[in-house]
Design a binder for this molecule. Structure first.
Ligand code: PGA
Length: 295
């Protein structure tokens, strides 16, 4: 019986590192970020970070706060741009992403407030286009994003680039996908309270970052991560456009890796069973392989 994993499925198209748990992953992610911050400090230069919200980056922010408190990491030379914001929410609304960032990171570190940018959810409707163009200009004027953190939604969105978003899309107002609103319903105490629109950096904006770190934890992300990492590039899965970035790394835990063919191929599928076997052994941990060269 032929092996059910095709040749194309055996290779991830985004370099992927699978960790035992998110705790170990965030230590590595935080050291990538803190190394760059310190290196730039010694050159008297700024670092521009692209930041994400949601549950995914929370532990990473906690680790950065720990490095600030216990390791003397300063954020004085850091400039940040967040991916997105709900349209219609004020900065102090408890579910706004500005509020999230204040609570999860900004107020705990010495990042100068004027260097932290989150899209404004209260821009007047007829000023949105101009506002979004200005957000892009501010990123450019800051020197472009050095490291962009992204999570992935179950729709495959990065930022709020829902299915249908093209690879050249720029910062703009978007309508949120039904699944995204459903996933946010608990935080807003009901789907009807979840804003219908958001302002988000575009996929083209994200792809301009020099380095992209895609994070994903837990089994609920396993199928969409498989589509993003191993599937074709398609606007049905906006995160799949990260495949075309020369320096995008995906950091996931074992549960989020459950559906990946690469794990099965790593342990050599039994050629007669045709079944994907994903052994939970230490061999899976910290397993890293360069992405398959694009043809
Ligand atoms: P989550 O959301 O981190 O809360 O799972 C990720 C996203 O929607 O980008």
């Amino acid at each position: 019986m032929p092996n059910s994993v095709t040749e194309a499925e055996q290779f991830e198209k985004i370099r992927t590192k699978v960790f035992h748990g998110s705790e170990t992953a965030v230590q590595e992610l935080a050291s990538i970020i803190s190394d760059l911050i310190r290196q730039r400090q010694s050159d008297d230069r700024r670092v521009v970070l692209g930041l994400a919200t949601g549950s995914t980056p929370v532990k990473l922010y906690q680790e950065l706060i720990r490095l600030h408190r216990e390791g003397g990491l300063s954020f004085q030379n850091v400039v940040t741009f967040n991916l997105d914001e709900y349209y219609g929410l004020s900065p102090d609304h408890p579910e706004s992403y500005r509020h999230f960032m204040e609570v999860q990171l900004f107020r705990h570190v010495d990042l100068p407030p004027e260097q932290a940018h989150v899209p404004d959810g209260l821009v007047e409707r007829d000023k949105v286009f101009e506002y979004c163009a200005d957000y892009e200009s501010q990123i450019e004027e800051a020197g472009g994003i050095d490291i962009q953190i992204v999570g992935i939604g179950r729709t495959g969105h990065i930022g709020f680039n829902e299915p249908g978003s093209g690879p050249d899309s720029r910062t703009r107002m978007v309508a949120l996908d039904r699944l995204t609103r459903r996933d946010a319903a608990r935080d807003f105490r009901g789907e009807a309270n979840v804003p219908a629109y958001a302002i988000t950096m575009g996929i083209g904006t994200i792809l301009q970052g020099r380095q992209i770190l895609l994070l994903g934890w837990g089994e609920s992300k396993a199928l969409i991560l498989r589509a993003a990492i191993e599937g074709p590039e398609t606007d049905a899965v906006p995160a799949s456009f990260l495949q075309r970035h020369p320096d995008c790394g995906c950091y996931i835990d074992q549960a989020a890796a459950l559906s990946l063919g690469l794990l099965a191929s790593a342990k050599n599928l039994s050629s007669d069973s045709g079944t994907r076997i994903i052994p939970r052994t230490p061999l899976l941990l910290f397993w890293w392989r360069p992405a398959r060269p694009m043809v």
